[in-house]
Write a protein that binds this ligand. Structure first.
Ligand code: FA5
Ligand code: MG
Length: 500
């Protein structure tokens, strides 16, 4: 009741001409949020299919409202153009682009060898439809089935994926990935050595480039990037790894060549973007590959992770009835690549229905520099709060979302955070979701700016800065205050925190 009284008072204090806007936008967001919070719904209908709900259900309606938009196969959409450009570098591969996003826990995690207590399985990271069904967190969810179907040695698969994640200009709860894999079937060759020679020969035929690539690590390492000794010889793992890296470097070179041309024809290269292209390979960890790597690109003054990849885990191929195949797989973020290709500055734009955005992209003349149509001012607001005094249990704050060691519902992590099944006292992803549900696409960035423990009573306080900014118009101070007030009261109601 306190919450309601507080926001209602604020609402009536607003000028009459903006009240209807607030009422429609934020009250409907609010309804979507509270409906998503508790699983009182008996069933969820997704793309016409009914699913029973249970205590695991945590998919908000706001997420489902974007389910099935299939941006990656919408003609003229920058994500579709990006997908086609990447596909064009993998000649002879079969392209799978229409697989539904509701998958089983078995497909998304078990089939890939995720440990039962892997943090990616937790409700704080993943959108569950119910205990056994979820919105895929990565396109890898389809690997086992595609390997089992065995329609082609090489294949790609692009699709929408869903994660409870950070809020900033390169993270969005729905994004698109493209998975790719290539395997060699050993029995097709006269001997294991002949198969190895074929891999090396294929590597020699891949396009060469003169890109500056940092790759300081050995092809595998017993402690932090192991060879699958039981199944692969060192030479095999090295050849497959080299083939994989060169194939992906070729993708990056292609993207940047097109991006450079677009930049030149727009005659508007900024000094940061004129820096020579720099990329680096870093060691990574995925349950479904070993050794594994991530590729990072230097973009606007920082390293941006664009993909994860590795030598396919042989037990995964065995589970897919393909014990005699050896090969590589990768998963690439399509938005991240499209941002580089077109110079799109904010991931939210991909979801825009604004013609000023959409009409800039045409399949017939695909690689055009994005022309920003407006830049509205940011409105930062801070929220500082004490965590509940009596609460015992883990607190997850300040997760470096784009860092390769950050928790990720798709692997990519060694460090322990909160194990699946353990309820954290506070998880930053829950705060991110509160902000998204209330502000929708009017929030650009949320970050932890202070973390303080009181020396006397040991109470811990966190302070987050929320940057409100609409891509389409200037937000008024009243609108921002109303949203922020709502965020604060929702945090109190939901996490039992005390606003400072
Ligand atoms: C994975 O999803 C692995 N399944 C990839 C993989 C496939 C590895 C096959 C090995 C073999 P990761 O969580 O790092 O890994 O995501 C892959 C890419 O998706 C990232 O490099 C990034 O480009 C993109 N990505 C991840 N999270 C987000 C997000 N919230 N918003 C936009 N893009 C994201
Ligand atoms: Mg990663």
């Amino acid at each position: 009741m306190v919450k309601l009284a507080c926001s209602t008072a604020l609402f009536w204090a607003l000028p009459t001409n903006i009240r209807p806007l607030i009422r429609i936008a934020y009250l409907s967001q609010r309804r979507a949020y509270s409906q998503s919070k508790c699983s009182t719904r008996k069933q969820l209908t997704i793309a016409g299919v009914d699913y029973p709900t249970d205590s695991w259900t945590n998919v908000p309606r706001a997420i489902l409202s974007n389910y099935g938009r299939k941006l990656h196969i919408s003609q003229h959409h920058p994500l579709a153009i990006t997908r086609q450009l990447i596909e064009s570098r993998f000649v002879g591969f079969k392209n799978h682009n229409n697989l539904p996003g509701v998958v089983t826990v078995d497909q998304n995690f078990d089939s890939l060898g995720f440990a039962p207590d892997h943090p990616g399985r937790s409700k704080t990271d993943t959108y569950y439809v119910n205990e056994s069904t979820l919105l895929r967190t990565h396109t890898t969810a389809h690997e086992r089935d595609i390997f089992r179907d065995n329609q082609s040695d090489g294949w790609t698969l692009a699709a929408d994926v869903y994660r409870r994640d950070a809020v900033d200009r390169s993270h969005y709860p729905i994004f698109h990935q493209m998975e790719g894999a290539l395997t060699w079937h050993r029995p097709n060759f006269s001997s294991r050595d002949a198969c190895l020679d074929a891999i090396k020969d294929s590597l020699r035929k891949l396009p060469k480039h003169d890109l500056a690539v940092e790759d300081p690590n050995p092809p595998f390492h017993p402690d932090h990037n192991p060879l699958q000794e039981k199944y692969h010889s060192p030479e095999e793992a090295e050849a497959v790894g080299a083939h994989l890296k060169r194939s992906l470097e070729d993708v990056v070179v292609t993207i940047f060549t097109e991006a450079d041309k677009a930049l030149a024809s727009a005659g508007q290269a900024s000094s940061t973007e004129q820096e020579p292209l720099k990329v680096r390979w870093v060691e990574a960890f995925f349950p479904h590959t070993s050794p594994s790597w991530e590729l990072e690109v230097w973009w606007r003054g920082d390293w941006l992770e664009v993909l994860g990849c590795g030598v396919i885990d042989q037990p995964l191929l065995i589970r897919a009835n393909q014990p005699d195949r050896i090969g590589w797989a990768f998963g690439i973020g399509l938005e991240r690549i499209a941002m580089l290709l077109f110079g799109i500055p904010d991931i939210r734009l991909f979801w825009s229905k604004d013609e000023r955005f959409l009409r800039q992209f045409r399949a017939a003349d695909p690689y055009k520099r994005f022309q920003p149509f407006s830049k509205h001012p940011a409105a930062p607001r801070d929220v500082a709060f004490w965590l509940p005094a009596s609460a015992q249990g883990p607190v997850v704050a300040d997760t470096p979302a784009s860092n390769s060691s950050a928790p990720s519902p798709a692997g990519g992590q060694r460090t322990e955070t909160v194990k699946a099944g353990v309820e954290p006292v506070f998880h930053e992803n829950d705060l991110m979701e509160v902000v998204r549900m209330i502000a929708g696409d009017a929030v650009e960035d949320v970050k932890l700016i202070d973390d303080f423990t009181h020396p006397k009573n040991q109470r811990r306080s966190l302070c987050y800065r929320v940057e409100y900014r609409s891509l389409e118009r200037t937000l008024t101070a009243e609108e921002v205050n109303a949203m922020h007030e709502q965020v604060c009261s929702e945090l109190v109601g939901r996490f039992n925190v005390e606003i400072r």
